[in-house]
Design a binder for this molecule. Structure first.
Ligand SMILES: [Zn+2]
Ligand SMILES: [Zn+2]
Length: 785
């Protein structure tokens, strides 16, 4: 066809045929201002159609010129309001209907059956401004929030997410608040926790020593709190997800006293400061760390302390890092403003979970006064109930990426989109750092950090969380996935559940599946799973594993050559036991020099040596965690510890300070045998012993030890690639919280041409196990195997 000039006039612009797209958006898209946002976005693009909430997510139909529809779809996740998380958009083209207007349709009748719930979020800038502005009606109001910020997961009792389904139900909005709530142009349109000093929650001060009524206004109460802190006192106050214990982080006696009362010997305390500028006076803060500190999740960020930081020694004894967080509610912000007004300088407060030892964080006013009576000098309560306890999250920036160490407030209950069928399962997690995980509508919903399942309170917390999450997300599991360790309370809880299919999942397989699930990997991968302990399929303790894995199964390609661990759990608290075992393995006999006799009392050495020689009350383990312990003890860094991983942390910190000749030089090791291949590290232990004898520095030995582990991982992965043609490596397990090991492995493996995957959504430690168990169970059910 030949185009010519149109007869009889100027060129007519050809009419563009409109297209119509149906979009199903899944993720956190309900109760976060998503529908008004879609409405405004579509109107701005001049598109027709509608938006609608449904049990499957939010449905949108848009109609208009193809180019404009594309622009709308691209902008949809990119410009969304802060609390929106788009997991997945499924797009279908449908015939145009000639619609040119856009509208918000009423929710589907069944629209409330399943909705994802946003995490608790720190106060937004606009709300902070409101609470700092003397002429604003929310001036100094500690519970200021809006659609973009404030409590969510901790106050939601049930869905649909609506005020009566939250702990705000008992507060009736005043006329001013109601007006904001109903106005689509207001920042507080449908903000369920909306409140003000007239109608909302308020602070209540209780001092242990006085029974008289204290001050009433928020400012007066927090001024009194500031006085108590100045005088070296300890205050328990109700934060976003639970009680926190605060004291002045610069007063040695106050921090010592908190340690004594909380029965916490060495585990570091986190601190809170008012701003990044304030954090920078105490710690080194990189650009990435700054971004995480200021992120709306507001986690505790582990930072390297400045040598001249004026913090009490007792904040993080013997540890070069300090956990730092910024205020996450207007209440925290107001206290720091008062402290600044009073002292003319920025305060630093210890801010630690309100609990005794390792019990779950306390959330109820009466519970706090009962449990924390021996710890706190005063209580700053408030009368908004916390429905779900969510502790502070802990992260560390490694190789420019944020790594979660404890996933709780700000992150939970963010979903991971599994896309492995619609089965509803429960995964019970591990014993330490336990989390559980439920699945629904293709999503995995990992719980917040629950803790170590070794006391009644934590088991109760597990059951409470299971009950609440099942209700909130309307999950009715048909299967329960659990660890293989018969001694884990999580396993025992799972096995007691009747009428469900039980799916046992090997610990390290779960670690690798967890990494695969959050990175959405399909097919088979190389999995390097290194941690402290995990029950193996042969009844021994694993922990230095090289697996080939997919969701359905795994093969153990290689492992660290097993050594005996004497005395079970005591071996975890006493690294010298692992050291004795490695000496015996490496030399056939424990060398008789005096230096190796100083690890423990002579009588205890004799007993453990006898156990190792006779192989009684011992268990073989390929654990990488215990190897770290052994080396820390051999070089005289630490013979016993007060929490798991402490020796490894010190070893990493020691190596981190190493510089100079030969620090990158790996020690010797050998690979032997097959299926699984044994990585023999006895040559390394012999060289380390030689170095210790020659008086080599701890820093250099520690650095070379890390270099050896990187070399081991690179060598075994290289061999797996050669044999099995696998290019993708997942690194998981608690050992990969060690920045030196993780950065070393990532750099080396990428240099060798591997695709390397690490954790981003859940911790590499046992806190991430339940996600892997859930992914494996869903795949087994989907395949009908
Ligand atoms: Zn806000
Ligand atoms: Zn009000």
């Amino acid at each position: 066809m030949i185009h010519g000039p149109c007869p009889g006039g100027p060129l007519a612009i050809p009419e563009v045929a409109p297209i119509r797209c149906r979009l199903c958006v899944r993720g956190i898209v309900q109760g976060v201002g998503f529908r008004p946002y879609v409405y405004n976005l579509a109107r701005r693009h001049g598109l027709g159609g509608f938006v609608l909430n449904s049990p499957r997510g939010v449905f949108i139909e848009v109609e208009g010129p193809a180019e404009t529809v594309e622009a709308f779809i691209a902008a949809l996740p990119a410009e969304a309001p802060p609390l929106v998380r788009v997991a997945d958009v499924v797009r279908t083209e449908i015939p145009a209907a000639g619609e040119s207007d856009f509208s918000i349709h009423e929710s589907d009748a069944e629209g409330s059956a399943f909705a994802l719930v946003p995490p608790d979020t720190c106060t937004c800038e606009a709300c902070l401004e409101d609470s700092r502005d003397p002429v604003n009606r929310r001036f100094d109001y500690p519970f200021t929030n809006c659609t973009n910020c404030g409590p969510r997961y901790s106050i939601i009792v049930d869905v649909p997410y609506d005020r009566p389904m939250t702990t705000m139900a008992e507060f009736a909005m005043c006329a001013d608040c109601l007006r904001e709530y109903r106005d689509p142009h207001n920042r507080r349109f449908h903000a369920q926790p909306n409140a003000c000093p007239v109608c909302g929650p308020r602070l209540i001060l209780r001092e242990a020593k006085t029974s008289s009524e204290g001050p009433a206004s928020s400012r007066e109460i927090l001024e009194r709190v500031a006085d108590i802190l100045r005088d070296g006192g300890i205050v328990a106050w109700k934060g976003l997800g639970g009680y926190q214990l605060a004291c002045d982080a610069r007063q040695e006696s106050a921090v010592d006293e908190l340690r004594r009362r909380k029965r916490r010997s060495e585990k570091p305390f986190a601190i809170m400061v008012a701003s990044v500028a304030s954090a920078e006076t105490l710690c080194f803060v990189s650009a990435r760390e700054r971004a995480v500190l200021e992120s709306r999740e507001r986690p505790i960020v582990l930072l390297r302390r400045r040598p001249d930081a004026d913090l009490a020694m007792a904040v993080s004894p013997g540890n070069p890092a300090t956990g730092v967080m910024l205020p996450c509610t207007p209440m925290h912000d107001l206290l720091f403003r008062i402290l600044r007004e009073r002292r003319g300088r920025e305060a630093a407060l210890v801010m630690t979970s309100g609990n005794i030892s390792e019990e779950p964080i306390v959330i109820e006013n009466a519970e706090a006064e009962e449990h924390l009576a021996e710890i706190a000098d005063a209580f700053a309560h408030h009368n908004r109930r916390i429905h779900t306890r969510v502790d502070d999250s802990v992260v560390r920036v490694v190789a420019g990426e944020t790594m979660l160490l404890r996933r709780a407030r700000g992150y939970a209950p963010q979903p991971v989109f599994l896309d492995r069928g619609e089965a509803e399962v429960l995964a019970c997690g591990a014993q330490q750092k336990n989390t559980l995980c439920l699945t629904r509508a293709g999503f995995a919903l990992p719980s917040q950090h629950l803790g170590d399942l070794e006391n009644f309170e934590t088991v109760r917390f597990f059951e409470e969380t299971l009950e609440r999450m099942s209700r909130l997300f309307h999950v009715q599991p048909t299967a329960v996935a659990h660890d293989l360790h018969p001694g884990y309370l999580s396993t025992q809880l799972a096995l007691k559940m009747e009428g469900l299919r039980h799916i046992g999942v090997q610990h390290h397989h779960a670690h690798i599946a967890s990494c695969m699930a959050e990175r959405r990997l399909e097919g088979r991968v190389i999995g390097v799973a290194w941690d402290g302990t995990g029950f193996g399929t042969d009844g021994t303790i694993w922990g230095g594993e090289f697996l080939t894995a997919d969701y359905l199964g795994f093969d153990r390609y290689a492992r660290l050559r097993p050594v005996l661990l004497a005395g079970g759990d005591a071996g975890v608290r006493e690294p010298w036991r692992a050291a004795r075992s490695w000496l015996l393995e490496a030399f056939g006999e424990i060398p008789a020099e005096a230096r190796w006799a100083q690890m423990a009392a002579p009588e205890r050495l004799r007993i453990v040596d006898a156990m190792l020689h006779r192989r009684v009350n011992t268990i073989p383990t390929s654990s990488a965690g215990r190897l770290f312990d052994a080396v820390a003890s051999l070089i005289g860094l630490r013979h016993s510890v007060s929490f798991e991983g402490q020796a490894a942390m010190m070893l990493e910190a020691t190596a981190d300070g190493a510089a100079g000749e030969g620090c990158e030089q790996p020690y010797a090791f050998a690979l032997e045998g097959a299926a699984p291949i044994d990585v023999d590290l006895r040559p390394m232990i012999r060289e380390i012993v030689d170095d210790v004898r020659r008086g080599e520095s701890q820093a250099k030995i520690a650095a070379r030890f890390h270099a050896t582990l990187v070399a081991v991982i690179a060598r075994v992965c290289g061999s797996m690639r050669g044999e099995l043609q696998l290019e993708r490596v997942c690194l998981s397990g608690g050992c990969f919280q060690n920045a030196l090991l993780l950065e070393g492995c990532v750099r080396r493996l990428r240099g060798d041409g591997f695709q390397v995957f690490t954790h981003r959504e859940v911790p590499a430690n046992d806190g991430g196990i339940s996600l892997g168990q859930a992914a494996i169970a869903c795949e087994i059910l989907r395949q009908g195997s």
